[in-house]
Design a protein around this ligand. Structure first.
Ligand code: NAD
Length: 484
């Protein structure tokens, strides 16, 4: 085992629990990296008590001072980018350069949080002679963040800097499949000067998530993961009268028109479907070929063949994920899809125990096939043929998801039509992975997100705070009116 067993991080210290543990497996080669505790309600309760104790002091610190700690944290992320990237690469299986890009995004969201004092400066207005109204953001208290396996560093950082700079204290429940980065984040926050108890990590699985949803001390729950669990968490947290924002899975469509730039489209689609081994909630999963675009599809296959497992394509998260993805491909072929590139039974020399799936392209997929409708979460592209844009859009609009949709065209009119009509929260024009960058917020529509607000950017401020509206009469006038 490369790393010592992991422990929960509560009130600035590692706290061993007497609970069962799970092995953390390296997807790249199948070796055991560490073990992670599968904690219970008791551990959640300890973390909530620590966060409750820290809250009055932390929230009373002026926001400008809280932000100073995150300037230091940002510097530490930059200083440690090599070792943080390597850890993400090890526990998640993505390539080192993809892991580095993830830390760069963590740095960008932290930068946004550092600007929070400027962003949230309140509003004041003299609403009547001598009478003033003011609006201020107040933190909620103890909040929780539950995160998935695909971005072990970035997704926790979508929530930590913003929620904490805004004055909340937090309990993070990272994915049990990639728990190592969470403890490194805790170390860096401590090194940056964050007071003990402001940030806590409780490791585990379903039991911890249920305890978070049920614990009366937790005021708000953010979740990022599959739609199935996003629904469970949203219902359970809100039924306990908590604020909840739960981001779910995706099935992202990308429309390719005959006037699209061939090379740019082919390389962007190949990168979108295979980046992070297709395990991005923003990855293209269904390409709708609108009209005659065979030249682009041929070039796409050429580009996809340059993506080599174990070199510029990382592993998928687990053996069961590998089997699930391969099953989707086999079923699609059995249903009549045409295999242009087959990534099944992939072996990487020297990493025979790793979980690899090569880039896979299936053509002539029908909209009613399983592979056209469900989230595969692997480096697999389903090409659906459509004669016209209206039908292409109908396919996208009928998906229960709504994270992202993109169009590749040189026509401004077509681009605008897709921007207006695609049923998704994040739209790309000539961009394969249309992730908004700060200060624009991240969040999908439909069953890709439950709750109001987004998880990053300005919209997240509303989620992590409550507004206080104060009305003051500064003059001594004794006359009463409707405001008295
Ligand atoms: P997951 O839903 O299996 O797990 C997410 C979290 O929920 C983990 O911390 C896990 O421990 C916990 N969990 C799992 N099953 C649970 C249950 N039955 N009850 C309570 N908690 C449970 O997701 P994953 O496999 O880790 O991540 C992949 C999914 O996340 C994909 O569907 C992907 O699209 C989605 N995702 C979405 C976004 C987005 O922004 N919409 C971003 C990243 C990932």
């Amino acid at each position: 085992m490369k790393y010592s067993p992991l422990h929960n991080f509560i009130s600035g210290e590692l706290v061993p629990e007497t609970v069962s543990v799970m092995e953390v497996i390296s997807p790249s080669d199948g070796t055991v990296l560490s073990t992670v505790p599968l904690s219970n309600y008791e551990a959640v309760n300890k973390a909530v008590k620590a966060a409750e104790k820290a809250f009055p002091v932390w929230s009373a610190i002026p926001v400008k001072e809280r932000a100073q700690i995150f300037y230091k944290y940002k510097t530490l992320l930059e200083k440690n980018i090599d070792n943080l990237s390597f850890l993400v690469h090890e526990e998640n299986g993505k390539t080192l350069s993809e892991a580095r890009a993830e830390i760069e995004k963590s740095i960008e969201v932290t930068e946004y949080a550092c600007a929070m004092p400027q962003i949230i400066s309140g509003e004041v207005l003299e609403v009547s002679r001598g009478v003033e109204c003011r609006l201020e953001h107040f933190p909620l208290g103890v909040v929780a963040s539950i995160t998935p396996f695909n971005f072990p560093n970035m997704v926790p950082n979508w929530t930590i800097p913003n929620a904490l700079v805004l004055g909340n204290t937090m309990l993070l429940k990272p994915s049990e499949q990639v728990p190592l980065s969470a403890n490194r984040i805790a170390d860096l926050l401590k090194e940056a000067g964050l007071p003990d108890g402001v940030f806590n990590v409780v490791h585990g699985a379903r039991e911890v998530v249920e305890a978070i949803c049920d614990h009366p001390g937790i005021k708000a729950v953010s979740f990022v993961g599959s739609t199935h669990v996003a629904k469970i968490v949203y219902k359970r947290a809100t039924s306990n009268l908590k604020r909840a924002l739960t981001l779910g899975g995706a099935k992202n469509h990308l429309f390719v028109l005959p006037d699209a730039n061939v090379q740019m489209t082919a390389s962007n689609v190949a990168a979108s479907m295979s980046g992070c081994a297709g395990q991005r909630c923003m990855a293209v999963s269904a390409m709708v070929a609108v009209g005659p675009v065979d030249n682009i599809i041929n070039q796409l296959v050429v580009e996809a063949k340059k993506i080599i497992p174990g070199q510029n394509l990382g592993a998928v998260i687990s053996r069961s994920a590998q089997e699930r993805i391969e099953k989707y491909i086999t079923e699609a072929v059995n249903e009549g899809a045409v295999l242009l590139l087959d990534g099944r039974n992939c072996k990487v020399i020297g990493k025979e125990n790793g979980f690899y799936v090569g880039p896979t392209i299936l053509d002539h997929v029908k909209p009613e096939m399983k592979i056209a409708k469900e989230e595969v979460f692997g480096p697999v592209l389903a090409i659906i043929r459509s004669d016209n844009l209206e039908n292409a859009l109908k396919i996208q609009q009928s998906s229960p998801y709504g994270n992202a949709a993109s169009v590749f065209t040189q026509s401004g009119g077509i681009a605008k039509y897709v921007m207006e009509n695609a049923s998704a929260g994040m739209i790309g024009v000539n961009i394969g992975v249309p992730v908004p960058r700060e200060p624009f917020s991240f969040g999908g529509w439909n069953e890709s997100k439950f709750g109001v607000c987004d998880i990053t950017g300005k919209s997240s401020i509303e989620f992590w705070t409550k507004l206080k509206k104060t009305t003051v009469k500064w003059n001594p006038e004794s006359k009463t009116n409707w405001m008295s």
